[in-house]
Design a protein around this ligand. Structure first.
Ligand SMILES: Nc1ncnc2c1ncn2[C@@H]1O[C@H](COP(=O)(O)OP(=O)(O)OP(=O)(O)O)[C@@H](O)[C@H]1O
Ligand SMILES: [Mg+2]
Length: 235
């Protein structure tokens, strides 16, 4: 399990996240929902070791990883696909994907590469293109593919569907479900609340840096506050 407990996070000034806890089980999509600026990416960065914590702990399968570097977390099976993708635009798709395999042996790299190509059959014909020449949806597949090259047991997807055409939104969220079905624990940060809850087992809503609601995806889908705020009152 990937767990956070009592996270206190912030940047230079005031605290941004206060007392946040959550758990992601292997084989499950856990959705982290909330409005712009609520603190979702801040939590994602702290889990991945990109942002140091001010308080609280992060554990991975029972091991306290709170003070490990992001590279060490990747080696232990925890990868982040950051918001905005952060690809190297002038590098090829192939090189961007291979960058995710820096912790692996040549043999593991070849195996993971084949698996990523199977998972995203759209990628093989794009390998020689520069990342910046791809559509948003194609770029998101490259970003997820790059993270999968480390063969993570836990994967954090920070708003993978942001700015994508609906067909890609569905594709990316379906892939998140397939990864979970293959045993990966997926933390899915999403603004598409209805679609995220469709693939998630559990979910939490973060408001102003604290968890305001948590439960099974079914519970949250029926919660009047979720319906009013995030599902347009239609469900
Ligand atoms: N690098 C930073 N330096 C200072 N403040 C930051 C930084 N990144 C985020 N913040 C602030 O922290 C708060 C939470 O931001 P965060 O990016 O975690 O929100 P979010 O829930 O991911 O929002 P969004 O849905 O828009 O991505 C915001 O008030 C934001 O302005
Ligand atoms: Mg964010």
């Amino acid at each position: 399990m990937l767990s956070a407990d009592g996270l206190e996070l912030g940047y230079a000034g005031a605290p941004v996240v206060r007392g946040v806890g959550l758990s992601v089980s292997p084989g499950q999509v856990f959705a982290l929902l909330g409005a712009n600026g609520a603190g979702k990416s801040t939590v994602a960065r702290a889990l991945a070791g990109v942002l140091p914590v001010r308080g609280g702990t992060v554990t991975l399968d029972g091991v306290d990883i709170t003070s490990l570097s992001s590279n060490d977390r990747v080696r232990r099976g925890l990868s982040l696909v950051p918001e905005g993708r952060h690809l190297f635009g002038r590098s090829t798709v192939r090189d961007n994907i291979l960058l995710g395999a820096y912790t692996r042996t040549r043999h593991q790299r070849a195996e993971s590469f084949d698996r990523v190509m199977e998972l995203f059959p759209q990628l093989p014909r794009l390998l020689g293109k520069r990342a910046k020449d791809l559509s948003g949806g194609e770029q998101q597949m490259v970003a997820v593919g790059r993270a999968l090259m480390a063969d993570p047991r836990y994967l954090i997807l920070d708003e993978p569907s942001l700015g994508l055409a609906p067909i890609y939104v569905d594709l990316i969220l379906r892939q998140a479900g397939s990864l979970a079905a293959a045993g990966v624990g997926v933390l899915l940060i999403e603004q598409n609340v209805g679609k995220a809850l469709d693939v998630a087992g559990g979910a939490a809503v973060i408001e102003n840096g604290t968890v305001s609601l948590e439960g099974s995806a079914d519970d949250l889908r029926r919660d009047p506050r979720v319906v009013d705020l995030y599902l347009g009152g239609m469900s």
